[in-house]
Write a protein that binds this ligand. Sequence first.
Ligand code: ADP
Ligand code: ZN
Length: 529
Amino acid sequence: DHAVATPGMSNALNILKEVFGYPAFRGQQAEVIEHIARGGDCLVLMPTGGGKSLCYQIPALLRDGVAIVVSPLIALMQNQVAALHELGVRAAVLNSSLSQQAAAEVEQKLLAGDYDLLYVAPERLLTARFLNLIARTPIALFAIDEAHCVSQWGHDFRPEYIQLSVLHERFPEVPRIALTATADMDTRKEIIERLGLDEARLFVSSFDRPNIRYQIIDKANSRAQLLSFLRTEHSGDAGIVYCLSRKKVEETAAWLTAQGLRALPYHAGMDMQERSQNQERFLREEGIVMVATIAFGMGIDKPDVRFVAHLDLPKSIEGYYQETGRAGRDGQAANAWMVYGLGDVIQQRRMIEESEAQLKFKQVAARKLEAMLSLCETTTCRRLRMLSYFGETTDDMAACGNCDVCLNPPQVWDATVEVQKALSCVYRAGQNFGTGHLIDILRGNLTERVKEWHHDRLTTFGIGKELPEKTWRAVFRQIIALGLLSADSESHGALHLTEASRSVLKGQQTVQLRLQTQAGHAFEKRPSS
Ligand code: ADP
Ligand code: ZN
């Protein structure tokens, strides 16, 4: 291969072997390294665990001067620098955790040319003082890690990242490499635009994580479902349980502890010391279950996380992919398990509507949520769904055989008549009520509220007796997810008809729904790896 034959690349391979102790490059590492070593800009999209760090660490050793690495994560920077020291690489960190004296010392050594890599927090990098400092020393490259932090739509948004375009303006001759594990098209475009990387070469790796088994089941009693999943499939394993709110994190961690599991909480509202203590324990000890908000995980390099469980619905497929991607970084079998129910759909929709954000933001958020919901409701391979969201699928790609849909194909039923009943009921009741009351009307329950509104006189009263309440809830969840009904935030979740409901009501369109999966776990055993 041409790339390997050039002198630069044989050096790169030597460094890989001699400094890092690995025999061969993985995926696109060699190409990325060659491109940067020759002075080109690039954007690298590689899944978590794909080996992004070497993509800038080796060019840092190949090129003259110091490589400046921007990272938003203090803990990650420190881990990386410690690991580099063990390999004999001259690296340092400059962030707010350093005393003034220690920082001054790092600055001096930087000017003396004592470092191959310097890790800097973005807010530090952007100071006039730091920019003037690096203007006085040769720079090998700029690496912008976690580049998706530049995206305002993502939950990792860091305002300082937007200003990183200053690097290109001040140091146009220095190559830049931006890296991220977030792959969707919107974010990709935003990174390129905001960081001025239009000329940069794009390196996109496959985002498939074949060792992760995806499983999304109907939410019934989520705690009990979680416990049963942990006991039957992951006894003694380390893993992460994601919850939406801090309160739920605390409660779930306490409850799991009471059940005899080794669970710890993690969220941004806890004090720093306790948080980092819990994170340390998760990394060092075996079999800890970390119950966390999404504040936990970015940059956590723990190879043997055996499962990631979601008790609440992520806002987007990239969030889901990123969070589940923390499982199985060692390549061994791992589970991504989620419970999902009607409440999640309504809650997420409401959060978007009630947010103070601009219309454009709400539209993007709504589109991302739609994609996530269709992943939940899909009756075809979940992995293919996700890969197609990342623009990676081809027509001849086979279903994965390692997700719940592939392993346990959901049965679908023709629910057209039932959906028509539900939609008419919404209409007759004046599009003013939520799911619970509508189900009471459909099932003919004479509740106080039904009597108060004279809803027992509606023609739809009792027309849905044949289905149990649980099934009706699943029907409503799916038709909301499908966009046949929308929940109104102003009137506390009152459902109303949409454009799409008309053709169903007129009988012009049939509706296929999933039969419910049974609660708990869909599989008898863990897969052998
Ligand atoms: P990312 O930042 O993309 O999540 P890392 O750079 O942390 O991934 O790499 C993940 C793991 O893979 C690390 O333990 C790293 O040492 C290892 N690794 C990276 N490249 C190679 C390679 N070419 N051969 C063997 N192991 C590698
Ligand atoms: Zn599949």
